[in-house]
Every structure is written in C-alpha cells, then in structure tokens.
Design a protein around this ligand. Structure first.
Ligand SMILES: [Fe+2]
Ligand SMILES: [Fe+2]
Length: 256
C-alpha cells in the first residue's frame, strides 16, 4: 500500500550521497498498481498517504528514543522540537477528522455511528498520549534519559497502527464510495483553511516530504500551489538538519 519513501528531496538537502543513491534506486523500482477492488468515486489517495506519513514518523520517533541512546543537550532540544511539530500535526489531523470529515460522512451514512464512537475514543486516547509526550520530551531536555519517552512511543505506535488500520479499512472506502471528487476537495479545502498557520506549515510541509511515499510525493508536488512550494524551499534544509540531529545514529533505519 505504502512504498518506501522518495528520499531524493531530503537527501539533497542533507547532502548524503549514499542516501541519494538509494533514493534514485527507489525511483527505478516498479510502482505499486492500483488494486482492482479499490472503490471508485473520489480519490482518497492523499488521505491514505497522510496516514502513511503518520505511521512512518511514529515508528521513527520510537527508533529515535531507543533504549541506551544517550543524547546531548542540542539533541535533546531537537527531539523536543521535533516531537512538538509531530504532535501538532497529529492533533491537527484528528481535529479536522472530528470537525469536518467524519461529521460529513455521518450525515451521508448514519450507519457509521458505531465506528465514530471508536474513533472518538481513539482520538481522546491519542490526546492523552500527546500530553504525556510533551512532559516526557520536556523531561529529556531537562536532563532525563530517554526511557519514559521510549515507553510512550511504543504505546503511541501500537495505538496509532491499530487506529490507522481501522480508519483505512472502515472510513476511507466510505468516503470513496459516497463523495464525488468536488465534494471531497471542498472538505479538504475546509480542513486546510481551518488548521493552517505559518508555524504549522513551516514544520508540516518538510515533515510530510520526509515521510511520504514516493508516488504520493510526486502527485502532491505536481499539484502543490506556489505558496507551499515556496514554504518547502525555504524550510527543507533547516528541517533536514533537524531530522539529522533528531535521528542521529538511527537515521538510515528510520528512513528505510
Ligand atoms: Fe486519520
Ligand atoms: Fe483518526
């Protein structure tokens, strides 16, 4: 479903020749073909791709807090910064689901109510873990080791994987079946307007570029409006330096 990421944009920014070579190899790999049983109607590929971004970034944060890793003050600060941006993106994602996407779905398909009870519970639990994450990464910056943050990232990855599996299986096909492209695009525009600030964009654009699957990145970039292209160009090198500091010895594994 989600291929390994296109790393060329990140690799160029980081200047790592080996990573660039691997990215170029990924470009020449066969692309995934669309499943025959994929629903028709609106294209929810971007929704699926953002779920892929969240999956990979969450796994990466678990790796970044691996037991035994000792970090200096600069890395501790970078970890807290990265966590804060990740948490902002995650909270924004499920907020637009709760306020825009899922209410629209419920209006069109009342039978989704049982699934909404579960998603509400998952989102509430995610908010609790996000609050705990702020404390855990703040404590690292204050001098604690990574153990508490790692335990939390393990819990977060488990919950997130189950939650995204559930949404991919139970919600996305409904959107694809029940909304045409213009209706779906209108919801997407409302979501972007409701959640976008310059601070958010400065983190989330290069963050998505780092973790998104290659086909999805190509599609997103080909239609990205000029302001987003400018934001990416202005932020990608700084973000790449942040990524390099945050993931340090596990960078290659995190990006694999
Ligand atoms: Fe979601
Ligand atoms: Fe969600």
């Amino acid at each position: 479903m989600i291929q390994s990421p296109d790393l060329s944009h990140l690799a160029t920014a980081i200047g790592d020749e080996r990573m660039l070579a691997r990215a170029e190899a990924a470009h020449t790999s066969p692309r995934a073909t669309r499943s025959d049983d994929r629903p028709t109607g609106c294209d929810v590929g971007d929704y699926l791709a953002i779920h892929g971004v969240i999956r990979r970034a969450t796994r990466a944060l678990r790796l970044a807090t691996a037991p035994g890793r000792v970090v200096d003050a600069r890395t501790a600060e970078a970890l807290r910064t990265y966590w804060t941006g990740y948490a902002m993106d995650l909270h924004g994602h499920h907020t637009v689901e709760d306020t825009i996407f899922f209410p629209a779905l419920a209006e069109r398909d009342p039978s989704v109510s049982a699934e909404l009870v579960r998603s509400d519970g998952d989102h509430a639990e995610l908010d609790e873990l996000i609050s705990m994450g702020h404390a855990a990464f703040g404590a690292i910056e204050a001098g604690d080791d990574l153990a508490a943050a790692h335990d939390l990232m393990v819990r977060l990855e488990r919950l997130m994987t189950e939650h995204l599996d559930f949404e991919d299986a139970d919600f996305l096909p409904r959107f694809a079946r029940l909304f045409d492209q213009s209706e779906y695009d209108a919801m997407h525009q409302r979501a972007v307007k409701s959640s976008t600030s310059l601070k958010h964009l400065a983190f989330v654009v290069p963050f998505i570029a780092t973790w998104i699957a290659p086909d999805a990145w190509r599609s997103l970039w080909s239609t990205a409006p000029l302001p987003l292209r400018v934001v990416y160009r202005l932020t990608k090198r700084r973000h790449a330096r942040l990524v390099r500091t945050v993931f340090g010895p596990v960078l290659a594994e995190a990006l694999a």
